[in-house]
Design a protein around this ligand. Sequence first.
Ligand SMILES: Nc1nc2c(c(=O)[nH]1)N[C@H]1C(S)=C(S)[C@@H](COP(=O)(O)O)O[C@H]1N2
Ligand SMILES: [Mo]
Length: 514
Amino acid sequence: MASEASGNGYSTSKLRAAAVGLGATASGLGVSELVASLHRDLRSPVLDVGDRVVDFVPSPVKNIAIDLFGTNDKIALLAGIGMILAGYAAFVGIWAATKGRLFAVAGVGLFATLGVLATVLSRADRPWWAPLPTVLGALLALAVLWVATSKSVSRTLQPESTSRRSFVGQLAGLTAFALGAAALGQTVSKQLTASAAAVRERIGLPKPTVELAPIPQTAQAPGASSFVTPNKDFYRIDTALSIPQVDIESWELRVTGMVDEELTFTYEDLSSLEIIERDITLTCVSNTVGGELIGTARWTGVLLDDLLNQAGVGQDADQIVGRSVDGYTCGFPVAALDGRAAMVAVGMNGESLPPKHGYPARLIVPGIYGYASATKWLTEIEVTRFDQFDHYWVPRGYAVEAPIKMQSRIDSPRGLDRIEPGTFVIGGTAWAQPVGIDRVEVSIDEGEWESAIMADRVNNDTWRQWSLPWEATSGRHSISVRAVDRNGTIQTEDRSEPLPNGSSGLHTVVTLVN
Ligand SMILES: Nc1nc2c(c(=O)[nH]1)N[C@H]1C(S)=C(S)[C@@H](COP(=O)(O)O)O[C@H]1N2
Ligand SMILES: [Mo]
């Protein structure tokens, strides 16, 4: 080739080929995003690939990612996928230009296969035509590569100036097309989300059969975090790269498996049952000592016992599995249903569940970490056996059974806060669902354990706030806390990591008094 005669020309044509690869891939992706937005059962292939990465990446790696990126872990993952995709696209462009069109077919084909697999291997039930966005996008990418490859070969023989101008023009057109298609897809998705939000607003919450008294002011201690966690501040942990948009009109909750009679409830059916309200503290197994992956809400819904009694739980069953529309599963012992307020919740702090917290329905089971109990976007409750089914996190190294460990936390001062000498009110929270907290003790500079002033107990399924006025003197001080539950058990000092069944150990903060 003429261009190969000069080193400069050669690298230009390589750059061009890479740009063609990028342009072809971008337009294919743009179209697949657009197609994916057109139907509820279709999904962006990029998100499908991301989901499979989430599913298959080992738990320790995932924990490192959460440590590094925090709740931006999802964005970091998508950015990573984007970078790999871009590199590969450039590579395929160069391949196609230097080795020929068959390599373009192979390159795009390989990638499309990955996309299709990511969709087919989805946790959730998907229609057979679910890979459509990938297939259409790949066909377009291939077509662009095919046409461009022949052109770029002949172009390199043409005078540089004209060919460069038209090449850049075509590439700009391609990019504009890709961005336009993706943007149109975004608009359509936003429309769907907006109409789902309008329906959520219109249908609202069923009225509780018996209203629960408001939480007394006396449940709040000075210096402790707000007893009720507002929905906007409530932590969110899940494997969903995009929030499932559930159509409440076609949504159903099924009770299946080892039951006398399988049952199906629509949202209306559920609303006509006895509606209860309960204050329950939800905790994530990934919460580290002193961490924030915990919150308390007033949940509205129906008692799980009511649904299970109606279905009739089989003698041999020992596990209840909650299955999400996105295929996620949790599992907890039948034996945990010991009268505690396990429920199918449809409301959170007086409004329908926010979409990111599981709209239209989720499980809430006091005393069991969220991963094993709190399935969001719930669509099935299966009565089964532990020896027949592992819930989502079990093959990923987390414990089969997951009772929440007793914990206590100092909310003020925050670690390394600078405070003034004089009276300072230390405050915090403690939890031991479903046993309840009896008292909390504080130790300053590793001195004697002193009893904190306890705020009122709301019930055994919620955290309990506490405070302790302290005469702070200049210098550096450490403050530690421990709880005692209503059985008289003292919180353990033994440190453990969240994996496999929750962190333990005492929360200590160091504060600097001026
Ligand atoms: N469908 C689905 N439900 C899920 C999860 C998930 O990944 N998918 N994560 C669980 C985990 S690990 C926790 S701690 C709680 C968190 O609930 P929240 O996001 O409403 O605070 O949801 C649980 N329910
Ligand atoms: Mo969790």
